[in-house]
Design a protein around this ligand. Sequence first.
Ligand code: F3S
Length: 283
Amino acid sequence: MEVLLAEHAGFCFGVTKAVDKVYEQIDNGKGNVFTYGPIIHNESVVNDLENKGVKVIESEKELENIREGTIIIRSHGVTRQVYEALEQKGLEIIDATCPFVKRIHNIVAKESANGKIIIVIGSSKHPEVEGIVSYASGPVYVLESPEEARDFTVDAETELCMVAQTTFNYNKFKETIEIFKEKGYNVNIVNTICSATEERQTEAEEIAAKVDAMIVIGGMHSSNTRKLYEICSKKCANTYFIQTLEDLQIDLPKEVKIVGITAGASTPKKIIEEVQNYVRRKL
Ligand code: F3S
């Protein structure tokens, strides 16, 4: 079986940095190490960290019982309120918020303070978007799709500022921009989709268009992996979403000669290699 492996598959630099920070704490022998939310959407990594004593804090409520220790903020960032709560507790904060996400916080805080209405293009329930929204001091709207953008109405003179979740689908973002332009809105658009995501999505789309079957590896809860799956499915009808090699029980049609592989930002190299070797040897 011929395999086309995406160069931009797997950990991006923001995730690598966040995961490394956690392992650094363990290697330095620190006790009471916490992460605010799972450090990445990958069960094997999170389980490994748990076995090494790292605890995951899921909510502000859980935070109440913690008196001391080190807390690592993951690459998605946290809301302003959570950050303040962490500071008030006097915990040692290691902020691994990706610089691309931090940039959005800063844009939103500045533009909102200047009186602009903030439009965030992304998934409203995603922790990254919740964090972004929290930096607005005035009105802020989250639009999840071009359809929602079509339904959104505002006075033509209103000053708007539009940003996107870092992992948003680039084509859908462009579509949304077009809709706003057609409506004649007064909008300052900042493309905040991170280059790692853009490159990953473009490359995945190109590979999916060339192959007979496409495998997308990543966590079920990883929105960037789901978006990759969505993009690849449009170009290749035989697209499969798997978390680990164990999920790879595919009966490929006989005519399949070339298989493409890509992976979300939280997929460790080891899993990508395992899948790649398996496809080359067994399928
Ligand atoms: Fe950062 Fe982009 Fe990764 S925003 S965490 S480099 S996907």
